[in-house]
Design a protein around this ligand. Sequence first.
Ligand code: 2HA
Ligand code: ZN
Length: 268
Amino acid sequence: MSILDNRPGLAHEVEQVAEVAGYLWQKGWAERNGGNITVNVTEHVDDAIRAMPAISEPRAIGFTLPNLKGCYFYCKGTNKRMRDLARWPMENGSVIRILDDCAHYEIIADNPVAPTSELPSHLAVHNYLIGKGSDYKASVHTHPIELVAMSHCKKFLEKDVATRLLWSMIPETKAFCPRGLGIIPYKLPSSNDLAEATIKELGDYDVTLWEKHGVFAVDTDVMAAFDQIDVLNKSALIYIAAKNMGFEPDGMSDEQMAEMTTAFNLPK
Ligand code: 2HA
Ligand code: ZN
């Protein structure tokens, strides 16, 4: 028996996570247990799920997150591989319930797989998204090679320098990542500091670059969050390809960017 049985909506959410996990592995962005995904699945929760007993003891989140009262999340498991999650999502991830104190959670299905080490960041972000009335349900953290490489260069860590460069490599990037790439200076992985810094940047950006570590993206669903990272990394690859051919790419001109921004009604 699985919590996904006879629940096509919930099963679809988890299948989408598994599909994205496979892409992350294939792209070389998910070495070993690298990266994590959480999805707010509360809209798919019925009375039978609400009545399900816990299969773990209550565990502390590390924050008190009042907007998460009554929420349920599918979370990748800590120390689990994306390439395994792609095939067996309920053996490499689990569904958790936030307890009424909003400071603890428990695992309810299918197996007692402990959630991702970045759970504090992920849940604090979901708390923030709900608080501002956003319809975003998914967050993805991964290690895209070329974007991480760019984060080793000080120039690209200045506000919006990487965003402008990446947008200018191909018109689609601004169209499909219209808020650009926020920058988070290096912080210890899994730390509350990293979570807090990420939330601050998510006010202005859907995708943030964690210096020398990876990216963290949010969107309505896991596929959309993946797409935003994918278009940014594609631009990084075009930039690198040009550099490898021995020249600095011109990039789209300011006029071309402005024309596209108006034509597609994008934010300035
Ligand atoms: O879950 O990528 O940052 C593994 C990580 C932590
Ligand atoms: Zn990471």
